[in-house]
Design a protein around this ligand. Sequence first.
Ligand SMILES: *[C@@H]1O[C@H](CO)[C@@H](O)[C@H](O)[C@H]1NC(C)=O
Ligand SMILES: *[C@@H]1O[C@H](CO)[C@@H](O)[C@H](O)[C@H]1NC(C)=O
Ligand SMILES: *[C@@H]1O[C@H](CO)[C@@H](O)[C@H](O)[C@H]1NC(C)=O
Ligand SMILES: *[C@@H]1O[C@H](CO)[C@@H](O)[C@H](O)[C@H]1NC(C)=O
Ligand SMILES: *[C@@H]1O[C@H](CO)[C@@H](O)[C@H](O)[C@H]1NC(C)=O
Ligand SMILES: *[C@@H]1O[C@H](CO)[C@@H](O)[C@H](O)[C@H]1NC(C)=O
Length: 710
Amino acid sequence: MTLTPGELLSGSMLILLLVASTSELSLSPEEANQFLRRHRRANQVFEETKQGHLERECVEEQCSKEEAREVFENDPETIILVGTTKRQEQCKYPVYLRYSKSAVPVTDLHINIDSREDPGRRIPVGGSRSEDPGRRIPDYFYPKYLACWEKFASKKKEDLVTCVHNIPDQCSPNPCHHIGTVRCEDKKGEFHCHCFTGWTGLRCEKDVDECSKENGNCDHECRNSVGSYHCSCNKGYWRSDRHHCVDVDECVDVLGVCGSAECRNLIGSYECLCGVGYVYNNETKTCDDVDECESPVCEEQCVNTPGSFRCYCDGRQGKKLGPDLSSCERIKPCLELNMRRNARSLYLGRMFSGVPVVKLRFRRLIQTGFTAEFDLRTYDTEGVIFFAGGHLNSSWIVLAIHHGKLELQLKYGAVSRVTSSGPVVNDGQWHKISVEEQGRSLVIKIDKEAVMKIAVNGDLFTLRKGIHELNLTVGGVPFKEDGLLNKVNPRLDACMKEWHWLTDEDTSIQETILHNERMQCFSIEDHGSFFPGHGFAYFNHSHGDTQVLSVQLTVRPASTSGVLFALVRQDTVPLSISITDYHSGTKQWAEYILVSFGNVIVASAAVQLCDWETHTVNVTVSGNSSRLEVDGQLGLTESVENVEPVDLLSSYSTFIGGLPDVSLVSTPVSAFFTGCLDVTVNGRQLDMDEAQHKHNDVRSHACPLVGPHQ
Ligand SMILES: *[C@@H]1O[C@H](CO)[C@@H](O)[C@H](O)[C@H]1NC(C)=O
Ligand SMILES: *[C@@H]1O[C@H](CO)[C@@H](O)[C@H](O)[C@H]1NC(C)=O
Ligand SMILES: *[C@@H]1O[C@H](CO)[C@@H](O)[C@H](O)[C@H]1NC(C)=O
Ligand SMILES: *[C@@H]1O[C@H](CO)[C@@H](O)[C@H](O)[C@H]1NC(C)=O
Ligand SMILES: *[C@@H]1O[C@H](CO)[C@@H](O)[C@H](O)[C@H]1NC(C)=O
Ligand SMILES: *[C@@H]1O[C@H](CO)[C@@H](O)[C@H](O)[C@H]1NC(C)=O
């Protein structure tokens, strides 16, 4: 028990009032404590007596206020302070201060003055005792006593006794904080408030801040509250008990937390994962395709695909995709072509337009017969070897190849004749051919064997101003081809050497050829069309009124990238058959034959093609299905969805060996083909001489590529 100097002071103020000027109280806290301890022991005996008094006086009958005061104010719970006046000689006796200590306001202070000589005699100086109502001190015990009486007097006596007995109870009224206290313990003169956990202070009125010590043992956050505290967990955790936080597995506990994406739990969090090329969209909870083409990922053209992208290189510029799948590199030949040329030979197929490659004019003062001799080598079945004579309406002859044999068309004024005879000459072998005017007939010999002898009745020379004149063209006719007697495609892919026209020694043609390599033939040739890697041929006719397209290709490639066959409509390539060294669908590097609808690969076959051998590629297309066979081996049909079927009945152009200026991304391969190629569509072999157009360097019937053994 402690009394603050303030309390003592207020006590002493009252005493001064009561004892007037006779004494002055001065009491140090130590003195007060000492006294109180002593006094309490001394009072034990007195308590017994008081009990008797109580029974007798105030339970049997209702005590008056005065009587009750006598009884209760003797009670040991009152605190008697004692001090000595400084001027004791004046006062004669010490001053006892009686202070009833409870959880009562200071106004409930009772002060008595006792004489030391007569301790039993208390002189109550409390306001209630005072006759002076102006200095009244409010009652403390008496109203309680009256309440007991009122409640229990008419009932059980024991209850009344208990009630009255409890009047001086220090816990009544309860001095403890009503929320923070378990119970109040009356300690006879003092009280002890037993606090609930979380409360402290004399009256359990102070909240304990549990969080200030070791975070209240909370794993994460501790929040103090009145009389308690609360642990809470960070986002992504749940509270497993009062203090502990455990990671939430959002992937399991939160339904659809990542939507269609893959969920991965993290400590305190989670993440939504998408495959390569996709990015998670936290609003739609889906994996969205990344448009890789927005950044410069490809050297040339980029096409975004779901989850990925594809780079395209311009094959028409001789480029193909490099090993990094992004840069472009030069297409290099995989086989060395034997491009050696014979400088003393004349290549007749140079002009696709069909105009002659050589034009000669002969003028003679005297009349001579017509003679011509040359060596010829060809695989071509049709074309003009030479024309000799005047103009369309005068006399002329045309020596042609038709159906592989020699054909002579002649016109002498009104007389026209077409004669064909002899063996097949388009066997790729050299044949010495001669045409000679003998008397009134023309004799044609193959390898010195006469195969034709045709009677003529005129002169091929035209006499003009005394000069005999003759025009001679090689590899074409000097007029429109429809002027021929028998329709022949004048384009002839043939090689000529050792020529003698009219027995003249010709040097001017030799000179020209020597300086123009393109007029020369390849030294060695084989049958098949030759594609040089920078040109194509195209046809605009359809391949019949059928929804089935069957394409047979015999191919000897000299590079591993190129278009063999393609159907083109405007900027689209509905069907293509090509060679590549990279399969963009399976991402495999190998030599492939691909069949594609647009830029979707529908069939493929991995075949070693660059091996000097001739390979057969058979492709059958019908609607959305395709079948690929390479050298008799069935290719792989790729399972592709939503592929646009090829409408074979609509109009398109057929491109062989390359593509026109369509968009790079319309088909997987855009490079020109290099090598030998024969194409048969629906059983009909395509003759490049019949093309709507062909690059002059595309050789329609002979190919320089030969095996290493030759
Ligand atoms: C989605 O992610 C963005 C960027 O990380 C963020 O700013 C936004 O608040 C997120 N939205 C939702 C709905 O989570
Ligand atoms: C030979 O051809 C030229 C032009 O190509 C023509 O002018 C000339 O008349 C022709 N000669 C004869 C005899 O018809
Ligand atoms: C050839 O004869 C036809 C009619 O017979 C005529 O129209 C044409 O002009 C003639 N051509 C020449 C070059 O004389
Ligand atoms: C092929 O082209 C020619 C000339 O351009 C044209 O006259 C012809 O009609 C075309 N044929 C087809 C089948 O498109
Ligand atoms: C390819 O097709 C043609 C004609 O349809 C056929 O004659 C040939 O035997 C086929 N070749 C292969 C290797 O299947
Ligand atoms: C292919 O065509 C057939 C018949 O036209 C159709 O039933 C099928 O669904 C098509 N397949 C694809 C992958 O488009």
